[in-house]
Design a protein around this ligand. Structure first.
Ligand SMILES: Cc1cc2nc3c(=O)[nH]c(=O)nc-3n(C[C@H](O)[C@H](O)[C@H](O)COP(=O)(O)OP(=O)(O)OC[C@H]3O[C@@H](n4cnc5c(N)ncnc54)[C@H](O)[C@@H]3O)c2cc1C
Length: 353
């Protein structure tokens, strides 16, 4: 088995932020049987292992990973259509944005505003990815997974996935327990297609697009292109020609506070009431980007080779630095935000020691 592993593989080549030392071994799996074999082997050798998708939400240590990194390359796409919907069964190693492109091409709604999110399909339920008013939990019917304790294939329906804002059971209670093998999505064919998110709506208006006059297929295509255009301007798509591309996307989750707690903080910390906060169901979501800027960190700020993106203050970028430098900068930002507003920011990407 070991002869199939690639030794001393640079993890910086497998992550969008381009940081991290070497993995002792890398193994690319194309099906669940290969995965089981590799994990059994790693366990027999008392070697730790880690499941990697597209590496767009992960930061490895500068010293690398002293074990087996298993890169998910399990492919497969099936689509069953009925009059009003389509069921997509997608293997976890497929690229998410390619699935969005295919769905839009088939006139299927529900995921077009999540265009351009990097990474694999299997990682989408992990943090319940979302953008511009859509979240994968809105369209996931079920997740099939391999239990890495028992090697049994199990299935979770939407409710059992424990989805929340940028979270799920796979990120919290069951972190590391399952390999997500495939995801079943149900996408509508007849739903009303419209830009729900205010900034997307404004951007379409500014372009002078008469959105309502378009047919369904054109509406979906226009939304996809517009989201991609906005994301590109914010360096939120992977683009090797963009110096701000080496990031994990948003580095901090937008804090969600109970309304009363937010009101109390506004009374104690001056300036917080100016935050463009969004209230919903007794909770208030505050944009981390605003908190970071208000705490004194500007776009383009750099120290020790890592910094804040020139186009989006929520993205921390690698400008030739190290993971240690990134951790230092992120802690510095968190301390400043807590000191100024009493709010503790939470990292979105996962750090692997
Ligand atoms: C430029 C940029 C823009 C981004 N924009 C957004 C955005 O708009 N919205 C958003 O929500 N996120 C965004 N992200 C974050 C990221 O793209 C998503 O979280 C994505 O789903 C990660 O996919 P991945 O395959 O790269 O996962 P990885 O980074 O490889 O892994 C992330 C985590 O998921 C686990 N994992 C991966 N695959 C599996 C599997 N098959 N089974 C079990 N566990 C698994 C890993 O072990 C790890 O813990 C952005 C990132 C970048 C770089």
């Amino acid at each position: 088995m070991k002869e199939l592993f690639e030794p001393d593989f640079p993890l910086s080549e497998l992550t969008s932020i381009g940081l991290g030392g070497n993995a002792k071994y890398l193994y690319r799996v194309r099906n669940v049987d290969e995965l089981i074999e590799a994990i059994k082997f790693a366990r027999s050798e008392k070697m730790r292992f880690f499941i990697l998708g597209g590496g767009s939400n992960i930061v490895f240590s500068d010293t690398g990973f002293d074990g087996l990194v298993i890169k998910n390359e399990v492919k497969g796409f099936e689509c069953d259509e009925s009059i009003d919907r389509a069921d997509l069964r997608v293997s976890s190693g497929e690229l998410w944005d390619e699935v969005v492109e295919r769905a839009v091409g088939l006139s299927l709604g529900g995921i077009e505003c999540m265009s351009g999110i990097p990474g694999t399909v299997g990682a989408t339920p992990v943090q319940n990815v979302g953008a511009y008013g859509q979240e994968v939990s809105d369209v996931i019917k079920s997740v099939s997974a391999l239990d890495l304790k028992t090697y049994e294939l199990v299935s979770f329906d939407n409710r059992e996935c424990g989805f929340g804002y940028r979270t799920s059971r796979f990120k919290c209670a069951d972190n590391g327990r399952y390999f997500i093998a495939g995801v079943e999505f149900v996408l509508p064919k007849l739903n009303k297609v419209s830009p729900e998110y205010a900034s997307l709506k404004e951007s379409l208006d500014e372009c002078g697009t008469d959105f309502e006059s378009l047919d369904r297929q054109s509406k979906l295509s226009v939304l996809r292109s517009e989201v991609l255009r906005i994301r590109k301007n914010k360096s939120m798509v992977l683009d090797s020609s963009d110096p701000d591309t080496r990031s994990c996307g948003s580095f901090f989750v937008n804090p969600v506070l109970e309304k009363d707690r937010f009101t109390a903080l506004c009374e104690s910390y001056s300036g917080l009431s100016d935050a463009p906060a969004r209230a919903e169901n007794g909770f208030v979501k505050i944009p981390s980007a605003w908190l970071i800027e208000a705490a004194g960190f500007r776009k383009g700020y750099t120290e020790n080779g890592v910094g804040i993106s020139n186009s989006h203050s929520l993205a921390l970028v690698n400008r030739g630095g190290s993971t240690a430098g990134l951790i230092m900068l992120s802690e510095k930002i968190k301390t400043a935000v807590t000191g100024k507003f009493g709010i503790m920011l939470e990292n979105e990407p996962q750090f692997i020691p």
